[in-house]
Design a protein around this ligand. Structure first.
Ligand code: GLA
Length: 372
């Protein structure tokens, strides 16, 4: 990226979608495989370049705020840190970042495990490239977003959310190799439809749990003698020691990751073969593994997945995203999607007195930016 003065348009509109992950959970930071899709829900930001070094943010749903481009990104309002962090890292890399105003709007439910923060980062990255007259490189912008999570927000999350938001494909789920960052679109058979089932629970104190999972994986990989659990086999996992409580936990975590990577590959093969029953079985087994071995599910996620699974038109269901709260994902018969959604919502409402949000969604395009 050059360091010349901005040559882009004065106003751009950037758009970045949320995501749902069909399968491949807690594998990304182990250099493994994931199979997410970008959602029709997105964050849209209208940017206007200014002549000073101030950033003025106006967001539907959050208080407006402003900060100087030179400010430490961790010192600004919490929701603005995503934007300040992206602006900072792009500028450090040599992109011309001037002051700007940004009007932010989103229809991605916050806290529902649908990656609203990744969408905010990716939309900001695309928008600031657009203002500077630079074509955004989606993989680079995804990495910038991940750095903001890791270094500004303080969560050691992987690359999946930002990468699918930046590279999503209209009409396809995307297999991502999180080691090479190679992306491969995979079509969903026409007979199937994806449902997102929001338990309406929101996560608390989950960030430290996330980092603990990552540390357990790193210990297990070191004990096996491989760089990442991506490189481990089931027989490696079987040989891990289980003398201490920590060793037993690490072994269970490694068991999840190694089997989950295999389930992603199995799911891709089953989708290519139109074998939706096999896809559903892999999703169900993924949930069990996340719940029992990885311990990132919750009673609400277990229950929502089980209700969906018990419907005859459902192939399989599981929690999606980091876990502890938020949404489940189900694969259902396309022509029965609304019926499944209604039936699950009714059971949930009768038990909990709250009508959950359930959406039938199609895979959508990734982020974009255009002059306004
Ligand atoms: C969160 C993280 C991702 C990924 C998932 C779990 O969404 O941001 O990087 O680790 O959890 O698969």
């Amino acid at each position: 990226m050059g360091t010349d003065a901005a040559t882009g348009p004065k106003r751009v509109v950037a758009r970045a979608p949320g995501r749902v992950n069909l399968i491949g959970e807690h594998t990304d930071y182990n250099d493994g495989f994931v199979l997410p899709m970008a959602l029709p829900f997105a964050t849209t930001i209208a940017f206007e370049r200014s002549d000073d070094d101030m950033v003025e943010l106006d967001s539907v749903g959050f208080d407006s705020t402003s900060f100087h481009l030179g400010a430490d990104p961790t010192s600004v309002k919490s929701w603005a840190q995503y934007i300040a962090g992206v602006a900072r890292f792009l500028a450090v890399d040599g992109l011309t970042v001037q002051g700007f105003s940004a009007k932010i709007d989103t229809n991605i439910p916050v806290g529902a495990s649908l990656s609203s923060s990744a969408a905010l980062e990716v939309a900001t990255g695309f928008g600031l490239c657009g203002l500077a007259g630079v074509e955004p490189d989606p993989v680079y912008i995804a990495r910038i977003g991940q750095r903001v999570e890791n270094e500004i927000i303080g969560i050691q999350s992987g690359i999946m959310d930002q990468l699918i938001s930046a590279t999503g494909v209209d009409g396809a789920v995307v297999q991502i190799d999180c080691r090479t960052l190679e992306t491969t679109p995979v079509s969903l058979p026409a007979a199937s439809r994806v449902l997102i089932l929001d338990t309406m629970t929101r996560r608390e104190l989950a960030d430290s749990e996330y980092d603990l999972r990552r540390q357990a994986c790193e210990r297990a990989a070191a004990a096996i003698g491989v760089p990442k659990l991506r490189d481990a086999t089931m027989s490696d996992v079987a040989k891990l020691p289980e003398g201490t409580p920590e060793e037993r936990v690490d072994k269970a975590r490694a068991h999840h990751v190694v089997t989950e990577n295999a389930r992603v590959l199995e799911t891709v093969a089953a989708l290519a073969a139109d074998d939706l029953e096999r896809v559903g079985d892999a999703m169900n087994e993924s949930h069990r593994s996340l719940s029992v071995d990885y311990e990132v599910s919750s009673p609400a996620l277990d229950e929502m997945s089980a209700i969906a699974r018990s419907h005859e038109a459902c192939f399989g269901a599981r929690m999606t995203g980091g876990g502890f709260a938020g949404s489940a994902v189900a694969l259902v018969h396309a022509d029965r999607a609304d019926a499944v959604a209604d039936a699950v919502a009714e059971v949930w409402e009768s038990r909990h007195g709250v009508r959950p949000d359930i959406w039938a969604v199609d895979p959508s395009a990734g982020a974009s930016v255009a002059p306004a």
